[in-house]
Write a protein that binds this ligand. Structure first.
Ligand SMILES: C[S@@+](CC[C@H](N)C(=O)[O-])C[C@H]1O[C@@H](n2cnc3c(N)ncnc32)[C@H](O)[C@@H]1O
Length: 233
């Protein structure tokens, strides 16, 4: 791990002016993108894995990269079932030691995986979005999770949602979107790893480069009705 990592370069000076419109659109129009077959298959294997652990609380590590955070969460929460999801085969296949029995790593597209999870009634008790791709150019707002049509699905799953980023504005925008969707207030607060207790490689890399880290933590109810078209036959 190298100790220098470039800080975020963005052409935004504050929250994106289209954020409110993007979120409103996500609340009005159902996401109709068909679910990719590889994600459906991965989801089925996760379902079977969970079915073998009845009653065990679920933790989702969304965009888990190489899966170190999934391992660390599983060690910290031995009585939970921790599922790490990432679309990158090359990241997931890097060797990072044995996977604890209560952890599962899956290659899948989160946009599809989250929808399948909500349809199947999943209720994660914790849901981590750790250092998502920032897409810092203003033109890329729709690729940030809070600018994406899948946002209501992420929030509808409920549980204790924790977002971390090295870009304060990403977390602040997410907080604005959260208020718009759920009427809930959450604040971007500094995240200080204690005793170099890093959860992810990106966290370690950014911290070692002297960058500030930010997070938002919010407890959300399970609320599928947030998703437009939910319950329509
Ligand atoms: C900046 S990396 C952070 C990885 C890890 N959380 C960490 O902090 O080290 C963002 C990760 O999100 C994954 N990702 C982005 N969009 C995704 C999607 N639609 N479905 C699944 N994974 C996705 C990428 O493959 C990448 O591994």
């Amino acid at each position: 791990m190298h100790a220098s990592s470039r800080s975020i370069a963005t052409n935004q000076t504050g929250p994106h002016e289209d954020l409110g419109r993007r979120v409103a659109r996500a609340l009005e129009h159902p996401l109709r993108k068909p679910v990719a077959e590889h994600t459906r298959t991965a989801f089925e294997s996760a379902r079977a894995w969970l079915a073998a652990r009845p009653g065990v609380p679920l933790v989702l590590d969304a965009g888990c990269g190489v899966g170190l955070s999934t391992r660390r969460l599983a060690w910290r929460l031995p009585d939970h079932a921790v599922i790490g999801v990432d679309r990158s085969e090359s990241r997931l296949s890097r060797e990072h030691g044995p996977l604890p029995d209560n952890a599962l790593l899956l290659r899948a597209d989160l946009v599809d995986f989250w929808r399948l999870a909500l349809e199947d009634g999943w209720r994660p008790v914790r849901h981590y979005l750790l250092y998502p791709n920032p897409y810092p150019k203003a033109a890329h707002l729709k690729m940030r999770w809070h600018g994406h049509p899948v946002l209501p699905v992420i929030l509808a799953l409920g549980g204790r949602l924790e977002l971390r980023s090295n870009w304060r504005l990403y977390v602040e925008e997410f907080a604005l979107a959260l208020t718009q969707v759920c009427g809930r207030e959450a604040t971007a607060v500094p995240h200080e790893p204690i005793d170099d207790d890093y959860l992810t490689p990106f966290e370690q890399k950014y911290h070692a480069s002297g960058q500030e880290l930010w997070k938002l933590v919010v407890d959300l109810p399970h609320e599928p009705g947030l998703v437009p078209g939910w319950g329509d036959a």
